[in-house]
Design a binder for this molecule. Structure first.
Ligand code: SF4
Ligand code: SF4
Ligand code: SF4
Length: 239
Protein backbone atom coordinates (compact mmCIF):
# COMPACT_ATOMS: atom_id res chain seq x y z
CA UNK A 1 0.00 0.00 0.00
CA UNK A 2 2.78 2.45 0.99
CA UNK A 3 4.59 1.85 -2.30
CA UNK A 4 1.40 2.40 -4.31
CA UNK A 5 0.82 5.73 -2.57
CA UNK A 6 4.45 6.76 -3.06
CA UNK A 7 4.48 5.89 -6.75
CA UNK A 8 1.13 7.65 -7.26
CA UNK A 9 2.69 10.86 -5.88
CA UNK A 10 5.74 10.41 -8.12
CA UNK A 11 3.75 9.78 -11.29
CA UNK A 12 1.41 12.69 -10.55
CA UNK A 13 4.45 14.93 -10.10
CA UNK A 14 5.88 13.65 -13.42
CA UNK A 15 2.58 14.49 -15.15
CA UNK A 16 2.80 18.02 -13.74
CA UNK A 17 6.38 18.45 -14.99
CA UNK A 18 5.32 20.76 -17.87
CA UNK A 19 4.00 23.14 -15.19
CA UNK A 20 6.93 22.86 -12.76
CA UNK A 21 9.95 22.35 -15.04
CA UNK A 22 11.33 25.88 -14.63
CA UNK A 23 11.48 25.55 -10.86
CA UNK A 24 14.08 22.81 -11.26
CA UNK A 25 15.85 24.27 -14.27
CA UNK A 26 19.62 24.92 -14.19
CA UNK A 27 19.17 27.16 -17.24
CA UNK A 28 16.62 29.42 -15.50
CA UNK A 29 18.90 29.73 -12.47
CA UNK A 30 21.87 30.78 -14.63
CA UNK A 31 19.82 33.19 -16.74
CA UNK A 32 18.64 34.84 -13.53
CA UNK A 33 22.14 34.90 -12.02
CA UNK A 34 23.58 36.95 -14.90
CA UNK A 35 20.85 39.52 -14.19
CA UNK A 36 21.46 39.38 -10.44
CA UNK A 37 18.07 37.70 -9.92
CA UNK A 38 17.45 34.83 -7.53
CA UNK A 39 15.02 32.78 -9.60
CA UNK A 40 12.46 30.15 -8.60
CA UNK A 41 14.86 27.28 -9.24
CA UNK A 42 17.55 28.74 -6.93
CA UNK A 43 14.89 29.08 -4.22
CA UNK A 44 13.77 25.47 -4.80
CA UNK A 45 17.36 24.18 -4.61
CA UNK A 46 17.73 25.98 -1.26
CA UNK A 47 14.46 24.47 -0.01
CA UNK A 48 15.61 20.99 -1.06
CA UNK A 49 18.78 21.47 0.99
CA UNK A 50 16.77 22.50 4.07
CA UNK A 51 14.27 19.65 3.63
CA UNK A 52 17.13 17.14 3.48
CA UNK A 53 18.38 18.20 6.92
CA UNK A 54 15.29 16.51 8.39
CA UNK A 55 13.89 14.27 5.66
CA UNK A 56 17.06 13.10 3.94
CA UNK A 57 16.42 12.50 0.26
CA UNK A 58 12.72 11.72 0.71
CA UNK A 59 12.03 14.30 -2.01
CA UNK A 60 13.59 11.91 -4.56
CA UNK A 61 11.36 9.01 -3.55
CA UNK A 62 8.07 10.76 -3.01
CA UNK A 63 7.73 13.98 -5.01
CA UNK A 64 10.42 14.66 -7.61
CA UNK A 65 9.00 14.78 -11.17
CA UNK A 66 12.22 13.42 -12.65
CA UNK A 67 12.11 10.73 -9.98
CA UNK A 68 8.70 9.77 -11.40
CA UNK A 69 10.22 9.45 -14.86
CA UNK A 70 13.03 7.34 -13.36
CA UNK A 71 10.53 5.12 -11.56
CA UNK A 72 8.75 4.50 -14.88
CA UNK A 73 12.06 3.72 -16.63
CA UNK A 74 12.87 1.22 -13.89
CA UNK A 75 9.90 -0.89 -15.02
CA UNK A 76 11.85 -1.41 -18.30
CA UNK A 77 15.43 -1.68 -16.97
CA UNK A 78 15.96 -2.52 -13.29
CA UNK A 79 19.68 -3.24 -13.59
CA UNK A 80 21.96 -2.17 -10.72
CA UNK A 81 24.09 0.83 -11.77
CA UNK A 82 27.79 1.58 -11.09
CA UNK A 83 27.01 4.28 -8.53
CA UNK A 84 30.58 5.39 -7.74
CA UNK A 85 31.61 5.94 -11.36
CA UNK A 86 28.45 7.87 -12.19
CA UNK A 87 28.97 10.07 -9.13
CA UNK A 88 32.10 11.56 -10.72
CA UNK A 89 30.10 12.55 -13.80
CA UNK A 90 27.31 14.05 -11.70
CA UNK A 91 29.60 16.09 -9.47
CA UNK A 92 31.57 17.23 -12.52
CA UNK A 93 28.37 18.60 -14.08
CA UNK A 94 27.32 20.13 -10.77
CA UNK A 95 30.68 21.88 -10.27
CA UNK A 96 30.55 23.44 -13.76
CA UNK A 97 26.96 24.58 -13.23
CA UNK A 98 27.63 26.02 -9.76
CA UNK A 99 30.73 27.86 -11.01
CA UNK A 100 28.75 29.47 -13.83
CA UNK A 101 25.98 30.40 -11.39
CA UNK A 102 28.40 32.11 -9.00
CA UNK A 103 30.18 33.81 -11.91
CA UNK A 104 26.82 35.11 -13.10
CA UNK A 105 26.04 36.74 -9.75
CA UNK A 106 29.57 38.19 -9.52
CA UNK A 107 29.38 39.70 -13.03
CA UNK A 108 25.92 41.06 -12.27
CA UNK A 109 27.34 42.87 -9.22
CA UNK A 110 25.65 40.64 -6.65
CA UNK A 111 22.04 39.82 -5.88
CA UNK A 112 19.71 42.60 -7.06
CA UNK A 113 16.36 40.95 -6.56
CA UNK A 114 14.30 37.83 -6.07
CA UNK A 115 11.80 36.69 -8.68
CA UNK A 116 10.29 33.20 -8.24
CA UNK A 117 8.57 33.62 -11.63
CA UNK A 118 11.72 34.53 -13.59
CA UNK A 119 11.16 33.22 -17.18
CA UNK A 120 7.85 31.78 -15.95
CA UNK A 121 5.57 34.79 -16.26
CA UNK A 122 2.40 32.71 -16.72
CA UNK A 123 3.33 30.42 -13.81
CA UNK A 124 3.29 27.55 -16.35
CA UNK A 125 6.79 26.47 -17.38
CA UNK A 126 6.09 25.03 -20.83
CA UNK A 127 4.00 27.75 -22.44
CA UNK A 128 5.54 28.26 -25.89
CA UNK A 129 6.92 26.00 -28.68
CA UNK A 130 10.62 26.44 -27.86
CA UNK A 131 9.93 25.38 -24.27
CA UNK A 132 8.22 22.21 -25.50
CA UNK A 133 11.50 21.36 -27.20
CA UNK A 134 13.37 21.87 -23.93
CA UNK A 135 10.79 19.81 -22.04
CA UNK A 136 11.01 16.87 -24.44
CA UNK A 137 14.81 17.11 -24.42
CA UNK A 138 14.86 16.74 -20.61
CA UNK A 139 12.28 13.94 -20.55
CA UNK A 140 13.90 11.89 -23.33
CA UNK A 141 17.39 12.40 -21.89
CA UNK A 142 16.15 11.17 -18.54
CA UNK A 143 14.33 8.20 -20.03
CA UNK A 144 17.19 7.34 -22.40
CA UNK A 145 19.87 7.37 -19.70
CA UNK A 146 17.72 5.36 -17.31
CA UNK A 147 16.78 2.78 -19.99
CA UNK A 148 20.46 2.49 -20.90
CA UNK A 149 22.16 2.54 -17.47
CA UNK A 150 19.52 0.93 -15.25
CA UNK A 151 17.82 1.85 -11.99
CA UNK A 152 17.63 5.65 -11.65
CA UNK A 153 20.57 5.90 -14.02
CA UNK A 154 19.92 9.54 -14.93
CA UNK A 155 19.56 10.47 -11.24
CA UNK A 156 23.01 9.01 -10.56
CA UNK A 157 24.65 10.39 -13.71
CA UNK A 158 23.38 13.91 -14.25
CA UNK A 159 21.04 15.19 -11.55
CA UNK A 160 22.09 18.73 -10.64
CA UNK A 161 19.66 18.83 -7.67
CA UNK A 162 20.89 15.78 -5.79
CA UNK A 163 24.11 17.42 -4.48
CA UNK A 164 21.89 19.83 -2.49
CA UNK A 165 19.98 16.88 -1.06
CA UNK A 166 23.15 14.92 -0.34
CA UNK A 167 24.70 17.95 1.40
CA UNK A 168 21.57 18.52 3.51
CA UNK A 169 21.36 14.85 4.46
CA UNK A 170 25.04 14.75 5.39
CA UNK A 171 24.88 17.96 7.43
CA UNK A 172 21.72 16.81 9.23
CA UNK A 173 23.51 13.61 10.23
CA UNK A 174 26.64 15.46 11.36
CA UNK A 175 24.57 17.87 13.48
CA UNK A 176 22.59 14.93 14.91
CA UNK A 177 19.32 16.53 13.84
CA UNK A 178 16.22 14.32 13.98
CA UNK A 179 16.11 12.87 10.46
CA UNK A 180 13.98 10.38 8.55
CA UNK A 181 16.12 7.24 8.28
CA UNK A 182 16.09 3.50 7.74
CA UNK A 183 17.04 1.79 10.99
CA UNK A 184 17.72 -1.92 11.31
CA UNK A 185 17.97 -4.76 13.75
CA UNK A 186 20.83 -6.82 12.24
CA UNK A 187 20.21 -9.74 14.63
CA UNK A 188 16.95 -10.58 12.84
CA UNK A 189 18.49 -10.61 9.34
CA UNK A 190 18.64 -13.93 7.43
CA UNK A 191 20.76 -12.38 4.64
CA UNK A 192 18.23 -13.16 1.88
CA UNK A 193 19.28 -9.91 0.11
CA UNK A 194 15.74 -9.12 -0.95
CA UNK A 195 16.25 -5.56 0.36
CA UNK A 196 19.27 -5.05 -1.90
CA UNK A 197 17.41 -6.48 -4.89
CA UNK A 198 14.53 -4.01 -4.62
CA UNK A 199 16.57 -0.91 -3.71
CA UNK A 200 16.08 1.63 -6.54
CA UNK A 201 19.36 3.37 -5.62
CA UNK A 202 21.56 0.28 -6.05
CA UNK A 203 22.61 0.33 -2.37
CA UNK A 204 23.97 -2.88 -0.84
CA UNK A 205 21.30 -2.71 1.85
CA UNK A 206 22.05 -6.17 3.30
CA UNK A 207 25.62 -4.99 4.06
CA UNK A 208 24.85 -1.45 5.24
CA UNK A 209 22.11 -2.55 7.62
CA UNK A 210 24.76 -4.22 9.80
CA UNK A 211 25.59 -0.77 11.25
CA UNK A 212 22.03 -0.47 12.61
CA UNK A 213 21.19 2.41 10.26
CA UNK A 214 21.45 3.11 6.53
CA UNK A 215 23.61 6.24 6.51
CA UNK A 216 24.38 6.11 2.78
CA UNK A 217 23.54 9.55 1.33
CA UNK A 218 22.15 7.85 -1.78
CA UNK A 219 19.27 6.43 0.29
CA UNK A 220 16.07 8.16 -0.79
CA UNK A 221 13.87 6.87 2.06
CA UNK A 222 11.54 5.06 -0.34
CA UNK A 223 11.09 2.17 2.13
CA UNK A 224 11.10 -0.41 -0.68
CA UNK A 225 13.62 -2.39 1.41
CA UNK A 226 11.41 -2.14 4.50
CA UNK A 227 8.36 -3.41 2.65
CA UNK A 228 10.28 -6.25 0.95
CA UNK A 229 11.96 -7.62 4.08
CA UNK A 230 10.36 -10.90 5.25
CA UNK A 231 11.76 -10.55 8.78
CA UNK A 232 10.86 -6.95 9.64
CA UNK A 233 14.53 -6.08 10.08
CA UNK A 234 14.14 -2.55 8.71
CA UNK A 235 12.07 0.45 9.77
CA UNK A 236 11.52 3.91 8.30
CA UNK A 237 11.42 6.34 11.21
CA UNK A 238 12.56 9.73 12.38
CA UNK A 239 15.59 9.31 14.66
S1 SF4 B 1 18.28 12.35 -7.91
FE1 SF4 B 1 17.57 14.29 -8.79
S2 SF4 B 1 16.17 13.76 -10.43
FE2 SF4 B 1 16.50 11.92 -9.23
S3 SF4 B 1 14.78 11.93 -7.86
FE3 SF4 B 1 16.47 12.95 -6.77
S4 SF4 B 1 16.27 15.15 -7.20
FE4 SF4 B 1 14.95 14.02 -8.62
S1 SF4 C 1 15.40 -8.48 3.22
FE1 SF4 C 1 15.46 -8.44 5.46
S2 SF4 C 1 16.18 -10.45 6.05
FE2 SF4 C 1 16.66 -10.23 3.87
S3 SF4 C 1 18.77 -9.43 3.84
FE3 SF4 C 1 17.40 -7.69 3.80
S4 SF4 C 1 17.15 -7.10 5.93
FE4 SF4 C 1 18.00 -9.16 5.91
S1 SF4 D 1 18.04 1.65 1.25
FE1 SF4 D 1 15.84 1.23 1.34
S2 SF4 D 1 14.91 3.25 1.65
FE2 SF4 D 1 17.02 3.60 0.98
S3 SF4 D 1 16.85 3.83 -1.22
FE3 SF4 D 1 17.30 1.68 -0.84
S4 SF4 D 1 15.28 0.69 -0.74
FE4 SF4 D 1 14.95 2.90 -0.55
Amino acid sequence: MRQKVRKSFLYLSALLFPVTLNYFSPYVSIDGAFLGIVSGSVIVFGLLFVSALFLGRAWCAWLCPAGGISAFAQTINAKTVPVKRLKYVRYGIFTVWLSILILGFVLAGGIKGVNPLHLTDTGFSVDEPIKYLMYYLVVFTWLGLSFWLGKRGACHAICWMSPFLVAGTWLGQKLHLPQLKIKSDPNLCINCKQCTKVCPMSIMVHEELMQGVISNTDCIRCAECVDACPKSVLRLNIH
